[in-house]
Design a protein around this ligand. Sequence first.
Ligand SMILES: *Cc1c(COP(=O)(O)O)cnc(C)c1O
Length: 439
Amino acid sequence: MKFHSAQQGELAIRSLEVVWHPCTQMARAQKTPPLPIARGEGPWLFDTQGRRYFDANSSWWVNLFGHAHPDLNAAIKAQLDTLPHVMLAGCTHEPAVRLAERLSARTGGALGHVFFASDGASAVEIALKQSFHSWRNQGQTLRREFVCLKNGYHGETIGALAVTDVAIFRDAYDPLLMHAHIVESPDSRLNNEDAAFSALRSLLDERGEHIAAVIVEPLVQGAAGMVMHSPEYLRKVRALTRQHGVHLIADEIAVGCGRTGTFFAWEQVDTAQWPDFVTLSKGITGGTLPLSLVLTTEAVYRAFWSDDVSRGFLHSHSYTGNALACAAANAVLDRFDAGQIQANRVQASALSEAFAVLSEHPRVKNFRQRGMILAFDVTDSGDRFSERFHLAARHHELLIRPIGSTVYLMPPYVINQAAADFLAHAVGVTLNEVLHHAA
Ligand SMILES: *Cc1c(COP(=O)(O)O)cnc(C)c1O
């Protein structure tokens, strides 16, 4: 094993002994051990040797304002001394109520009811269950099928995985999963939005009355490799699902919280026609604590309203609406109230300017950007490109994990022109190195 030092090696070895790492083939991790991180400050992570790495993917897309942000930390510390947690059945607390009020207000009240959980996948499970159960409560017992998009990703739990179309995550569990309809997804690289929409329309024409909901990642399919489509496609999907009386779930776990240029990605689609469900997680606490939530409509909420307990939504998680996490989320919303979206616009153009040269690189194609997501595909990238790129980048103070041969940046919202230039330079140098060694 190759380690920078005994100390680094020690922590990595101890980790491999006892920690089962996520999304990792542990046999392979023996050769490429985890980076032992000691602390974070702003966009930088520092390893146990004091080497620094720019967190270019925001630690799996969760970190919005850099690590150990003083405002977020202060909010969490204040809440910690007041009330860290209380169960949300039979009790309530200010941070959860205030967060729900503020998020609902950001939809103009269209999505006025908020159900809390802890991880993104749980929020997806909740939206699926609420959709199905609300139809059932209304006597529409036929509606129990779901539709998702090709290459879409909605999480790893059994229900969420059933509406996920990423073979490497899904295939082993296929026998356990409920059936879902997978339809062609719009992909700006393929110019196929009309065909993708027609496929969905044909399915709803044929099976419409059996469908509970269609689930989409609005504007950018993240785990698919930052696959982008237009707001127009989503506008048509909203109209179509309405026409068939089918719910629409917008999974904004990755694209929400300002990532695509508006607080909700859906704001770029139509602020008069919201989806029936919106899920949030990842960035909602700025990368500090696990929290997820589902926003839904009065109509869905009313479908559960009854004297009969079993018609209620009895779902729960122990940490539902955790007060520390809600306090962190309120601190995140404070920053959006104070003009974060405008700041993101400036940062997004700094990124496009910095990457302009690299976008002309002969091995770079499909250069694309939406807000604070920038991606490109590498041609003839060779075997294990993602792993090789990730390891090479570490030597250029960059922490980045491509998806297949797609290199993407999803940095914290702290990018000035100098940081953008640093990123473009580090990515460019890494790319040339990796391509050179593959040849
Ligand atoms: C990450 C992600 C999820 C799952 O969230 P977890 O917190 O990892 O369970 C669901 N949907 C989308 C679009 C995501 O990007």
